[in-house]
Design a binder for this molecule. Structure first.
Ligand code: G3H
Ligand code: 13P
Ligand code: ZN
Length: 322
């Protein structure tokens, strides 16, 4: 199977009550870990590339690695997506350069400017057989290289979604319902504590999600900032020389619930970073004399694969959905 767009994937996901994982890729081990898991579990998957990933690894290297993954896993549909495109030129460059899907994230602009830029990207993308994700609302964390403090995020206003989708012609819409980017999604002040004193994050705004679904029946919704920041990785990082106190993510049961509704794409990047870093730190502590990168990147790649397999089966519900 060649690279596909997300059109068919999202239709099946919407009707089937599951979501497709969109995992950020920055190097070969990450591409391999994700696609080996998806391939073995017969799950559709989206590999997404940020502006930062392109700056780090180079557009051509990333596209060729993804093409290699497609060749190695011909049984599953794979889409190649631009994550958080912030200009028409960046989106155009990815459309012209082999991507099957792009995100134009003009969510920090005014409603009218967001519509104008999104529409411009949609027209070019659709002329070239590429689909477009847009965004309404602002997530806390870092988005478009703009740092939004926890507590200063803006939830999507459901009363705006129909007009936005109608006027832009976008194919999917990212909304803000309380997720955020990075490994520190909530401050202690935003959380409550359970009986064991463990921080419990505030619940996602399912009321906002449901209101958006009502206004956009059949339309695929996207959730960014959906890493769950597994505490076993945080513990490993801290045990083996790291320092990530209070790292906290989105509870997986809430993501599962969203995936059963109209959420068709769930974005995960921080959990990949954590899986790799935790295992590389452990490896270095346990093998201080080793210096061959293959030795420590192998368990890191395996950790990405195991983590992605867990998400596919237990969070996204996308296994055996090809
Ligand atoms: O949403 C942001 C993604 O995690 C990508 O992060 O811009 O550091 O590659 P990045
Ligand atoms: P996380 O930081 O929660 O992994 O979110 C990633 C993301 O939204 C990429 O666009
Ligand atoms: Zn994002």
């Amino acid at each position: 199977m060649a690279l596909v767009t997300t059109k068919e994937m999202f239709k099946k996901a919407y009707d089937g009550g599951y979501a497709v994982g969109a995992f950020n890729v920055n190097n070969m081990e990450i591409v391999q870990g994700i696609t080996e898991a998806a391939g073995e579990l017969e799950s559709p998957v989206i590999l997404q590339v940020s502006k930062g990933a392109r700056a780090y690894a180079n557009h051509t290297y990333l596209v060729k690695m993804v093409e290699a993954a497609v060749q190695e896993n011909p049984q599953i549909p794979i889409a190649l997506h631009l994550d958080h495109g912030d200009t028409f030129e960046l989106c155009k460059s990815c459309i012209d350069g082999g991507f099957t899907s792009v995100m134009i994230d003009a969510s920090s602009k005014s409603f009218e400017d967001n519509i104008a830029l999104t529409k411009q990207v949609v027209e070019y993308a659709h002329d070239h057989g590429v689909v477009v994700e847009a965004e309404l609302g602002t997530l806390a964390g870092i988005e478009d290289e703009v740092q939004v403090e926890a507590g200063k995020e803006a939830y999507t206003r459901p009363e705006e979604v129909e007009e936005f989708v109608d006027r832009t012609g976008c194919d999917s819409l990212a909304i803000a319902i309380g997720t955020s980017h990075g490994a520190y999604k909530f401050t202690a002040a935003q959380c409550t504590r359970n009986a064991d004193g463990i921080l419990v994050p505030p619940p996602l705004r399912f009321d906002v999600l449901e209101e958006c679904i009502k206004r956009l029946p059949g339309f695929p919704i996207v959730l960014h900032g959906s890493s769950s920041v597994p505490q076993e990785f945080v513990k490993m990082v801290n045990e083996y020389g790291g320092n990530m106190p209070d790292a906290i993510g989105i509870p997986e049961d809430q993501l599962r619930q969203a995936a059963k509704l109209a959420v068709c794409k769930i974005n995960i990047d921080s959990d990949i970073r954590l899986a790799m870093t935790a295992n590389i730190r452990k490896y270095f502590v346990e093998h201080p004399d080793h210096f061959d990168p293959r030795q420590y990147l192998k368990p890191a790649r395996q950790a990405v694969k195991d983590m992605v397999a867990h998400k596919i089966v237990n969070v996204l519900g996308s296994d055996h959905k090809i």
